[in-house]
Design a binder for this molecule. Sequence first.
Ligand SMILES: Nc1ncnc2c1ncn2[C@@H]1O[C@H](COP(=O)(O)OP(=O)(O)OP(=O)(O)O)[C@@H](O)[C@H]1O
Ligand SMILES: [Mg+2]
Length: 1107
Amino acid sequence: MAKMEVKTSLLDDMIGVGDMVLLEPLNEDSFINNLKKRFDHNEVYTYIGSVVISINPYRSLPIYTPEKVEEYRNRNFYELSPHIFALSDEAYRSLRDQDKDQCILITGESGAGKTEASKLVMSYVAAVCGKGAEVNQVKEQLLQSNPVLEAFGNAKTVRNDNSSRFGKYMDIEFDFKGDPLGGVISNYLLEKSRVVKQPRGERNFHIFYQILSGASEEFLCKLKLEKDFSRYNYLGLDSATVNGVDDASNFRTVRNAMQIVGFMDHETQSVFEVVAAVLKLGNIEFKPESRANGLDESKIKDKNELKEICELTGIDQSVLERAFSFRTVEAKQEKVSTTLNVAQAYYARDALAKNLYSRLFSWLVTRINESIKAQTKVRKKVMGVLDIYGFEIFEDNSFEQFIINYCNEKLQQIFIELTLKEEQEEYIREGIEWTHIEYFNNAIICDLIENNQTGILAMLDEECLRPGTVTDDTFLEKLNQVCATHQHFESRMSKCSRFLNDTSLPHSCFRIQHYAGKVMYQVEGFVDKNNDLLYRDLSQAMWKANHSLIKALFPEGNPAKINLKRPPTAGSQFKASVATLMKNLQTKNPNYIRCIKPNDKKAAHIFNEALVCHQIRYLGLLENVRVRRAGYAFRQPYEACLERYKMLCKQTWPHWRGPARAGVEVLFNELGIPEEEFSFGRSKIFIRNPRTLFKLEDLRKQRLEDLATLIGKIYRGWKCRTRFLLMKKCQIVIASWYRRYSQQKKYQKIKSSAITVQSYIRGWKARKLLRELKHLKRCNEAATVIAAYWHGTQARRELRRLKDEARNKHAVAVIWAFWLGYKVRREYRKFFRANAGRKIYEFTLQRLMQKYFLEMKNKMPSLSPIDKNWPARPYLFLDSTHKELKRIFHLWRCKKYRDQFTDQQKLIYEEKLEASELFKDKKALYPASVGQPFQGAYLEISENPKYKKLKDAVDEKIIIAEVVNKINRANGKAASRIFLLTKNNVLLADQKSGTIKSEVPLGDVTKVSMSSQNDGFFAVHLKEGSEAASKGDFLLSSDHVIEMATKLYRTTLSQTKQKLNIEISDEFLVQFKQDKVCVKFIQGSQKNGNIPTCKRKNNRLLEVAIP
Ligand SMILES: Nc1ncnc2c1ncn2[C@@H]1O[C@H](COP(=O)(O)OP(=O)(O)OP(=O)(O)O)[C@@H](O)[C@H]1O
Ligand SMILES: [Mg+2]
């Protein structure tokens, strides 16, 4: 990081002496040398205590940058090198922090840099005060009011290229935070004579030149102006352009500023129209014309200019023309019109131009005030900045210079009042030991000018109001009479004048010894300028203008408001406004900037010691230093001082009970401030050195920080303690809840443990009891078992004994039997031996057969003819018997089954049997037909009214009535037909209408052909040559082909006693009319799903595809 040079005192790196109070030795030479030394080192500011001396550098110095603003911001006045920013900061801070209204008084002669200084103060304050969109707008408007007023109110003079030709006092208003709220500008007497005439080497007001150089052609044309300066009589030609000033760009700045300040477009336009009108007025020229009554009359030479002015301003040309030619005087309710001679006409023209311009200027100020005025009604703090025209001495000094210099006298007076006189008086009032310091008090000059009875202004007014002939000379005479003895008044004509022989003082002049030097005033024009008369005809003509601004500028022109009272004179008006200004300034805390002009050449780097010395003298700067040195830098009432610093001492903090003075004494003693550094006045404490004050301020600042820390500490302590207490309270509540909870838990644990122990004990007891009971039970059981065993043993023993006994008995019986048998067999052996074998065999065989049949009786299978069960054969020798028996049994149960059938069923079964014989193992469709009962009449011809016609046509019994598909011989496509089989005929009828299509007697049916496959196609072949055969054989298809063929076979057999030939083949011929067509059945095509399809392949082949 770059090493930054931090200044903590104006003593650091000081060039010469920054504060003249510290100058040693103090005399005029050292004073000037010090200023020169600093000036040569670009240090243009020097302090006298809190007063800033500013020497105009006449070149731009890099000391007004934003960085500089930051450097001076919030720093103590004596901390950094002297600067106008330090003074601005001090003033702003004491306004903001101590609630003291401030005023910045900037004095110095013309060209010393007052206006620049005032702008610097404003820009500094604008930079450091609050920010924000609204505040910035206020700031911008306040700052931008400067270029507007400068354009209209400043002009190049021989002393200053941008000389303020009006006095300006601006109050900037702030709220309690120090944010700007708005402002009010007061203007003082514009030097309007400049509008019509400028001294040599000077210019008219800037705006005229700016408009001509900066406005566009179009705009100029609108204003009826031409670019050429020389076209206008009112513009002095010898210095129409100023070095380093760009009028054109300044014009743009002014227009922009007007826009920012809030001028509406039409207002700006009106303003420039008035400016143009003023400029053009100067071009109106008059010529004399003698009238019949011998009086001279003036006539306008060229009416073109007048016409254009009237067009611009909306004034009736004749009205204005008349106003330039006549003057109406009202006396005792009588109107007298007199003609104006050429001189009077020029006077009237110039008066109108001056009035128009000066009123426009005042209107501008009012209009700006309207824009920048504070919008709130809250209490405001005010900082006033006074930038007034500086003291000036020209070759020809007139009424304006007199007024300007009077104003400067007054300012000097207020400076003396507040810094020198007031200060010294205060020491005496407060009883502070004091050696009086001599200084020149200019009150006497002020008195010479403004005294109500004998003052020059009063004399002038008296002359102006006096009846009779009044001229400037009569005024001078009067002055000579009244002021002759005044020390500061010099005139050649005064009685016993000291200046009778002073040739440097012409007879038509008087001289005043101003505080800043002697100024000789030409008395010519004083009366006129003071009267400031504008002929009523002119003001009435202006009021009649069709131009709202001009109309508003001349309210007295309204005939309805004619006021015969004389308006106050310019001098008295100015005196009154200066008095108000002084009063206003006295209520505020003054801050001085005393501007010094280093040379008369407006040049940089030149330090004209004589010139500076002169200014120092009349500004009383040396006296100022002396008073500062002898006196005290700072004073404050005891109460305020105690209130401000009481925190620096234990006894006075926080409350001091005794008198404030005693408190301050205690405080200062406690702080160890050396006695020579302060004095106790009657009501105030006086601090000699600013450093002591700064020390106090620093201590206070430190202490405030400590106190803030303390407050913070205590607050934090309190906050922590409160938090701690709260936490403690919470902890107790939580702990009590927790203890309760843990006790509950413990209790529950103990309880459950007790229950567990209890249950264990009970269990243990129960188990013990159980064990005992079990033991008892086992004992009982054991006893029972033992008893049972015992009884068992006993019983078995008994059983064994009985068994043994029985066996013995049986053995005895067997042995006996055997013995008997043996005896018998031995006895009868000789009788049986010859035929016993055959008989035993037959008997055994008989017994076995008997047994076989008895067993078969029980094992018989069911009576269902399809039951295949048959018991197994028991003996080999019965094999054939067993088979025969099975056969017989089956036949028998079949018979039994058949015996249950009705005749109808019998017929059906016969048909089924017939079908079986005809088709079983021959046609693949057959097995599927076995389960289907043969219904014959599928169509209920007799019931269905649709077939009534058909029924009527067939009077025989119908064996089959079913819908079949008749295959078209041409293309193999199927058509639905009703197939009827009666006892004698086969019929085919239309399915829809029931009309019989073909009828074939059964005798004519020779053969039925069909495939061996799973399809319903069949062909009915007809006898060749028969009537029915003429159309050819029928190729039909039906789902019931098996039933149909069977029934046809049976019916044919019963009717013709001949067996119908049924051919089952996959390829057979069918007679279609004349042709024989081969019908061929092909297995395997899946084209139409599961439905067989028939297709005519060629003339001889019809192919049936079977899936
Ligand atoms: N601080 C400065 N830095 C640079 N130039 C300055 C400074 N102050 C003044 N000047 C120059 O001096 C000229 C005259 O200054 P300024 O107009 O402020 O004088 P003044 O005291 O207002 O005179 P007057 O009484 O005629 O209005 C300015 O136009 C500018 O060129
Ligand atoms: Mg100025």
